[in-house]
Design a protein around this ligand. Sequence first.
Ligand code: OGA
Ligand code: NI
Length: 341
Amino acid sequence: MENLLSSRFNDVSIPENYVFPPESRPGNLKIPFISNIPVIDLSEAQNDNRTNTIRKIIKAAEEFGFFQVINHGISMNEMNEARSVFKELFEMSLEEKQKLCTSDPSKTCKMFTSSVNYATEKVHLWRDNFRHPCHPLEQWQHLWPENPPRYRECVGACSVEVKKLASRILSLICEGLGLKSGYFDNDLTGSMLLAINHYPACPEPSLTLGITKHADPNLITILMQDDVCGLQVFKDGQWIAVEPIPHAFVVNIGYQLEIISNGKLKSAEHRAVTNSSDARNSAAFFVAPLDDCIIEPAQALTDEHHPPVFKSFKYKEFNALYFAKQGDTEVVLKSFEAQKN
Ligand code: OGA
Ligand code: NI
């Protein structure tokens, strides 16, 4: 079992197999927050400003593929509890964490370092990751770790709240796209995977990456980050840094939502960089269709003047290709484009 970074200390330099080739290194790490991703106040959607909030969300999803939500209804207390449990998880003894590491692909709940391709990848990522499904809760919660002792209860409560938040955001998007009410309230959102990232402080942040440039393969992602910077979004050929806002969630459009919206909403590429002073944790809730769910551009958005840009496929077909091509956006999206006449 490879060494978890969270149980390795006192590195003064990084091992050679963590050094990215010059063209994919992070470069300038001090990106100012000049063109920050939009911040949406969800409390405004409850009153007369609903239409305006929807407009802001659609604009953010079109232009950035990313936005942050504040006043979203999940209590500070609940978020702080979850954050502290995530922190405790990676602070457990190596022995305790190794109980969660497994190379058995049938295990749905697993901790690993870098990526699941550790054995074959050329360069490793400066992160540890722990992931498991979290919806429907009754199906998965009993498979989660027994330690930290509060994990099941606290992460369970948080998952339920985040799933509700995702549904609220999707219903605003649904209305903004002009789809029939409840469009996403079915197998399109039948699963949710929680992936907790731990990026230790890194002695050479300019040479390595926490996560390489990618867009998320699922429908929509709700990310809870802590107060340390690291997430960057690729927009118009440039990296922009996402400023941590206390108690906000970062929301990003996944490939499936780009496809269902017939290319109107964008699944933006993003990455995570490291820094030399602070460890960073993030928790990504990936809301995703069930494996056999059919994905295609919504019929309400296509007609003879707006032909479907993508073909129809099963979500599991997309996932298989995404993982085989290691998330190469161009190749993956091209493979699911509709045939032109
Ligand atoms: C991811 C991701 C970003 C972050 O897990 O897909 O993009 O800030 N995470 O950890
Ligand atoms: Ni991502």
